[in-house]
Design a protein around this ligand. Structure first.
Ligand SMILES: [Zn+2]
Length: 131
């Protein structure tokens, strides 16, 4: 999948205030996490290097929530409350994009891989080398 041609895909929050782009191939593998916050939001992760992500609109509308270790920065739109991307604990120098927030037809989710965020330390250790 690494050799698949990539292009910038656009997405955003519900109200349209926050828009972002992520460099991704046509087909991606999503991660679905069962931690306290991801489960409630139904978040589908695409985790990327920071160079593959850019905010195109609404940086001034973004609010941030942190909890537990405080490593993850849960950015959400201060108007509609939707978290379309954030800085994940598993990759604090990159971004996790919510695949559910990409515009229709931007990417196809080929596979959904579970991540046991409820037991974060063990799951993170087990996942090393898989990404
Ligand atoms: Zn919004």
């Amino acid at each position: 999948m690494a050799e698949a041609p990539m292009r910038w895909r656009i997405g955003g929050c519900h109200c349209g205030a926050v828009r972002f782009e992520v460099l991704a191939p046509d087909e991606v593998e999503a991660k679905e996490c069962n931690c306290t916050i991801c489960r409630k939001a139904g978040y589908l992760h695409l985790i990327v290097e920071k160079e593959r992500f850019r905010i195109v609109q609404g940086a001034d509308k973004i609010a941030t929530y942190s909890f537990n270790t405080g490593t993850a920065k849960h950015h959400f739109c201060s108007v509609c409350g939707v978290k379309s991307f954030y800085v994940p604990r598993s990759k604090p120098d990159g971004y996790s994009v919510n695949l559910r927030c990409l515009d229709d037809g931007e990417v196809r989710v080929a596979r959904v891989v579970p991540f046991d965020g409820r037991n974060w330390e063990q799951a993170f250790t087990a996942a090393q080398g898989m990404v």
